[in-house]
Design a protein around this ligand. Structure first.
Ligand code: ADP
Ligand code: MG
Length: 723
């Protein structure tokens, strides 16, 4: 009989009964069925109340507190009709998580009877303990007040789980002193700042009617599915979300046969349920497919406004995890669950648009004469160059460090890919003579029966961290488990700053009598002269780029989180957030503290797990194998047979090397005297992490030597291929 947990897991998986497929429901029947949407509010609220609420939602007018009681009562009745007994204020703390505090509708009366109650006051304001969430020193435990405040712009919904139904109210989270403790407040502020600058520019460009400008986001979510029985017998997957040990399998992804392959049946049933639950919550799931690695998949929604997309993206991650459990899977959102196998990212597609001018990053067919597009795109180029290190900092996590620059994901150097047509237009601008735009041309497939179609004017570049993809930018370096709020806040804010800079220049040029086109092209030329170095269309994975980017173009390469996060403490970043009103210096500083602490803690947890697994799982297996081997060799020797002891020696030597590295790691973890967070982060990156790798190297060597039935941890080929 083999090692129990691992063989039992395989038995359990190969004997799983298929989960019944529910009967199909029409999209019309289920779409947003669990959302307390505008139309539902309109149906049940008095006319005046609805009008006042809608004004707040649509045009950012202040919420009239007198309507709150009526809305709360209607919301409660609707939720109870859906089976809810509890409500929760849902908020997004500075971690990448979603937090919620549940309260019952129950209210006990004087005579001991109970009624369901939900007042306007409890709808508008909740009070979780502000000090129990990471706050970067803003709230110490003795001054714990933190409030959640109803975010009227994001609709309430009911969340159905096997354990019951809960009314969820999206909120923002602030400290008693009024500082943002979450990711939602700065996101809303960044949209406001961007709107203000964009409106100024659009008016200067001659538009009279300018509607509110918002940013849009469509996030492609990559994830792995591993059978829950395997995940449960791997403490590393369970606690750290990634495998800290595991030898590369004979077959990995080298055949490239998984990408876009047929979706396995069990996974398809899972995906359909995920989509059903998303549709019920009004989340427009659109595409699903296999990803590059075995066991890896992707789901992408139709894009929405940045604030709605952010809430919906958090919900998508929750739904993926919960639904996976129900289907006997563990959904891994970690950026690098398996070494040597492709990691997971979250491409954040982003654009800016409004109801009057449309998508401001749509170049049309002749971008060279589309002044509005060239201005907005130029503003992005300036922003990515000037604040590249900020974009690197907002995607910096311990887990994403495993992926960036690993020849499958964009490098840690920020550059912009424009595509050949746009690159050419901006080059013309820089030279001062605009001739025209290269056409995309017609794609002729050379087969009579196949249709010809217009080619896109530029190819795609998978190696760029920040790529223009036709009518939007795609920030490809974002990590799969991250909230999209951080990247969106950064993009909106740098755009606000650039547009503001452009507006000021343009205003003074125009009032000096310069003609509009001349003024714009001069500004764009200045942008290209100063910031054109960030535009790069070549292979971002190549060693050559790493060299020229840094040495010739002066673009910073910040390989680890320990290098990238300190950017948040630099003066020009503080100034950017302060002058746009997105984050006060104190709020920014608290974010640096929280993210640094998370980095240090997650490496510490992993290091402790490495020690634990090496000592209590791998060492005993190695010793058992050594003892089997030496008994056999001794008895052979007794019968006069001389048996080769090479393997015995190799296993013995790997085992003692592994234990040697393990104790070095244990000693390294004891160090506590750090002069700063920055120093501590560098220590985690440069001392702890390499020691963890050292332990792993010996352990993975042992996996290749020790008898299969003694090996305690599910192996890579089992986790990736048994479905
Ligand atoms: P690919 O894998 O080729 O990058 P996908 O179709 O998987 O493309 O995803 C593209 C994503 O970009 C989708 O979520 C889509 O809704 C989103 N998107 C399209 N247009 C915009 C836009 N104007 N703003 C933001 N996101 C957009
Ligand atoms: Mg993509």
């Amino acid at each position: 009989m083999g090692y129990e947990p691992r063989t039992q897991a395989i038995y359990q998986i190969t004997h799983r009964k298929p989960i019944p497929v529910p009967p199909p429901e029409s999209l019309e029947d289920i779409w947003a069925a669990d959302v307390f949407s505008l139309s539902k509010m309109q149906a049940c609220l008095p006319k005046g109340v609805f009008k006042s609420l809608k004004k707040t939602i649509v045009s950012d007018a202040k919420l009239d507190p007198s309507v709150a009681d009526i809305v709360a009562s209607a919301m409660k009745d609707w939720a109870i009709s859906k089976g809810a007994l509890y409500y929760a204020h849902v908020f997004y703390p500075m971690t990448n998580a979603t937090a919620e505090k549940h309260d019952g509708f129950i209210s006990v009366q004087n005579d001991g009877t109970v009624i369901s109650e939900f007042s306007g006051k409890t709808l508008i304001k909740g009070e979780p303990d502000g000090s129990s969430f990471p706050n970067g020193g803003i709230r110490s435990t003795f001054e714990a007040r933190g409030y959640t405040a109803w975010d009227v712009t994001s609709p309430a919904y009911v969340m159905e789980t096997d354990n019951g139904v809960t009314l969820c109210i999206p909120t923002v989270f602030v400290s008693w002193t009024g500082e943002a403790l979450d990711k939602k407040i700065p996101l809303l502020r960044s949209i406001g700042a961007m709107n203000e600058s964009a409106t100024k520019v659009l008016k200067l460009l001659g538009n009279e009617d300018v509607a509110r400008v918002n940013s849009s986001c469509g996030a492609e979510q990559e994830y792995f599915l591993v059978d829950a029985a395997f995940a449960n017998s791997r403490p590393d997957l369970l606690l750290a979300g990634r495998t800290l040990f595991g030898k590369t399998p004979a077959k990995g992804q080298q055949f490239d046969d998984h990408y876009f392959g047929a979706i396995p049946e069990r996974v398809q049933v899972f995906m359909q349920e995920v989509e059903r639950r998303m549709y019920r919550l009004g989340i427009p799931a659109k595409t699903r497919h296999n990803e590059v690695a075995p066991g890896q998949f992707e789901i992408a929604p139709y894009f929405e406004s940045a604030d709605a997309a952010t809430d919906h993206q958090q919900l998508t991650m929750t739904i993926l995890r919960n639904t996976a459990k129900k289907h006997g899977f563990a959904c891994l959102l970690h950026e690098k669950p398996f070494a040597g196998i492709n990691g997971s990212g979250k491409h954040v597609n982003w654009s800016v648009s409004n109801a009057t001018q449309g998508n401001l990053l749509d170049p049309g067919d002749t971008p060279h004469d589309n002044i509005q597009f060239l201005t907005f795109c130029g503003a992005v180029i300036r922003g990515v160059h000037k604040y590249g290190p900020l974009l690197r900092a907002v995607i910096a996590t311990a887990s994403n460090d495993h992926r960036l620059g690993a020849n499958e994901a964009p490098p840690a150097i920020m550059s912009v890919y424009l595509g050949s047509q746009l690159e050419d237009v901006y080059e013309q601008i820089q030279k001062g003579a605009i001739i025209g735009s290269q056409p995309g041309g017609i794609m002729d497939l050379g087969v009579e029966t196949l249709p010809t179609f217009m080619k896109d004017s530029g190819d795609r570049n998978r190696t760029s961290p920040f790529a223009f993809t036709g009518n939007r930018f795609e920030f490809r370096a974002v990590g799969s488990h991250q909230s999209v709020a951080g990247p969106l806040i950064a993009m909106n804010t740098i755009l606000a700053d650039s547009l503001d800079w452009i507006a000021n220049k343009l205003e003074s040029e125009l009032s000096a009598g310069t003609e509009l086109n001349t003024a714009i092209f001069a500004i764009l030329k200045e942008i290209m002269d100063e910031h054109g170095a960030v535009v790069f269309g070549g292979d971002g994975y190549s060693a050559d780029w790493h060299k020229t980017a840094v040495e010739e173009r002066g673009l910073p390469n910040l390989p680890t989180t320990a290098d990238a996060l300190p950017v948040l403490t630099e003066g020009y970043i503080e100034e950017l957030f302060d002058k746009t009103g997105v984050l006060s210096p104190r709020e920014l500083e608290s974010r640096f503290e929280v993210y640094s602490e998370q980095y240090i803690l997650s490496i510490e947890v992993e290091a402790k797990l490495v020690i634990d697994i090496a000592k209590t799982k791998i060492y005993p297996a190695a010793v058992a194998y050594l003892s089997n081997l030496s008994t056999t060799i001794a008895s052979l020797k007794e019968s006069g047979i001389d048996f080769d002891t090479e393997i015995l020696n190799k296993v013995a030597s790997l085992t003692s090397s592994m234990m040697g590295a393990t104790s070095k790691l244990g000693i390294a973890l004891e160090k506590e005297d750090f002069s700063s967070m920055k120093e501590h982060m560098q220590y985690s990156a440069k001392t702890i992490r390499p020691l963890m790798d050292e332990v792993r190297e010996y352990a993975d060597g042992l996996e290749g030597e020790i008898a299969d039935d003694l090996w305690p941890l599910p192996k890579y080929q089992e986790m990736l291929f048994i479905k």
